[in-house]
Design a protein around this ligand. Structure first.
Ligand SMILES: NC(=O)c1ccc[n+]([C@@H]2O[C@H](COP(=O)([O-])OP(=O)(O)OC[C@H]3O[C@@H](n4cnc5c(N)ncnc54)[C@H](OP(=O)(O)O)[C@@H]3O)[C@@H](O)[C@H]2O)c1
Length: 318
C-alpha cells in the first residue's frame, strides 16, 4: 500500500458517502493507520451502527462528518484541512446534479489533493446486446439515471480536480448477496435468453482503488472499469448461492411472463445487457482480482456473514 505518504507528509483521506463501498474503503485505510474522515447524512451515535459489515476494530477511529446538503449541513474548511485523497461514492441527486460538486467544489479546490476517485456505473454504456464494453466504448446511456450519471462524470472531468472515474457494475459482498432472500423464500429465478450481468466484489473495489492510488499520476487512466472476470446470467449465480446454502431454488420464471409486473427500476436493469471488460484494470494496470468470479466472492461473503452473525450472538450472550 503506497497511499501512506505525500511529499513526506502523511496522506489524509476523505470519503464522501460512508455507505456500503465507502465505509469498506475507509475501514481498509484505517487498518493501514491512515486518518480517514467519512461523511453521512445521519449522525451516528456509534459509527459502527451504520454498518454491520467490516472489521471488528480499526487501527484508527473514523472521523464522521455531516454532509447533508438538502438540509444545509456541509463540512467547513477546518474539518477538511490537510485532506490529500478523496473518494466520492454519492450518486446524482434528485435533479441529476452531483451534490459534491454543487456544494463542495470551492472547498475541494483549496486542498492539497493528489487524487479523487469518483464511483460511477457501467450503466453509462447503455445496452450492447450482451457484447463486451470497455473504457473506449462511447457512452450511450439509456436510463435517465445513467444519463444523469454521465453528466456528473463530465462535470467532474471539467472540474480541474485530479479525478479518476471508476465505472462499476452490480456491487456485491457480505450483506449484499442473494443468501438472505433465498433463505426467506423471496428470491426469484428469472430467465431471459442471452441476458448476463457483470459484478464486482466490494473488496475488489477497495483493492483496485488502493492499487490506482499507488500508481504514478501519469499512469492513472481517466476512466477504469471495476468488474470481475465472469459476467453471467443471474440464474447461474443464484444457483451457486443456493448450492452454498444447500437450499432449494425457486421455480424458473420466464422474463417475458413477469416483466409486466416489475418495478421500473428492476426493469431498467433487465432491458440492458452488456459485459463490462476489466482488461484495463487487470492487464494494463496490473491489478489482481481477489474474487475473479461470484463463486470465490459468494463463498467468502457467506463466511464473513456467518462470522459477523456469530460475533453478534457472542455479544448478545456476553
Ligand atoms: N450498488 C450497486 O450495485 C451499484 C452499481 C453501480 C454503481 N453504483 C454506484 O456506486 C456508488 C457506491 O455504491 P454503494 O452501493 O456503495 O452506495 P451506498 O451504499 O448507497 O452509499 C451511498 C452513500 O452516498 C450518500 N448519499 C447519497 N445521496 C446523497 C446526497 N444527496 N447527499 C449526501 N450524501 C448522499 C449516502 O449517505 P447516507 O449514508 O446518509 O444515506 C451513502 O453514504 C454509488 O454512487 C452508486 O450509485 C452502485
Amino acid at each position: 500500500m503506497t497511499v501512506g505518504d505525500v511529499n513526506g507528509r502523511p496522506a489524509s483521506v476523505l470519503v464522501l458517502g460512508g455507505g456500503y463501498s465507502g465505509l469498506r474503503f475507509a475501514q481498509a485505510l484505517t487498518e493501514h493507520a491512515l486518518p480517514v474522515a467519512v461523511t453521512s447524512r445521519r449522525q451516528p451515535a456509534q459509527p459502527e451502527a451504520l454498518t454491520p459489515w467490516g472489521s471488528a476494530g480499526s487501527a484508527l477511529p473514523l472521523r464522521w462528518l455531516s454532509f447533508d446538503p438538502d438540509n444545509g449541513a456541509l463540512p467547513d474548511a477546518e474539518a477538511l484541512d490537510g485532506i490529500t485523497h478523496v473518494l466520492v461514492t454519492i450518486p446524482p441527486d434528485g435533479q441529476g446534479k452531483d451534490p459534491v460538486l454543487e456544494h463542495l467544489a470551492p472547498l475541494l479546490a483549496q486542498l492539497p489533493l493528489q487524487w479523487i476517485g469518483y464511483l460511477s456505473t457501467t450503466g453509462v454504456y447503455g445496452d450492447h446486446g450482451g457484447r463486451w464494453v470497455d473504457e473506449t466504448t462511447p457512452p450511450a446511456p439509456g436510463a435517465s439515471r445513467s444519463r444523469a450519471r454521465l453528466a456528473c462524470e463530465q462535470a467532474w472531468d471539467c472540474s480541474g480536480l485530479p479525478v479518476q472515474i471508476f465505472r462499476l457494475p452490480a456491487i456485491y459482498g457480505p450483506g449484499r448477496c442473494p443468501f438472505q432472500n433465498l433463505l426467506q423464500g423471496t428470491s426469484r429465478l428469472v430467465h431471459k435468453p442471452g441476458q448476463v450481468f457483470s459484478r464486482v466484489h466490494v473488496d475488489d473495489i477497495v483493492g483496485a482503488l488502493i492499487h490506482c492510488i499507488g500508481l504514478p499520476p501519469q499512469r492513472r487512466p481517466r476512466i477504469v472499469n471495476l468488474s470481475d472476470d465472469r459476467p453471467c446470467p443471474s440464474t447461474e449465480s443464484l444457483g451457486y448461492a443456493a448450492h452454498l446454502l444447500n437450499c432449494k431454488l425457486p421455480a424458473v420464471e420466464r422474463f417475458e411472463d413477469i416483466c409486466g409486473g416489475m418495478s421500473p427500476m428492476a426493469l431498467s436493469f433487465w432491458v440492458e445487457n452488456r459485459r463490462a471488460s476489466n482488461h484495463r484494470l487487470c492487464h494494463d494496470l496490473g491489478y489482481t482480482l481477489r474474487y475473479p468470479s461470484y463463486r470465490e466472492g459468494f463463498r467468502e461473503a457467506l463466511a464473513e456473514e456467518r462470522r459477523t452473525a456469530a460475533r453478534g450472538n457472542g455479544d448478545q450472550a456476553a
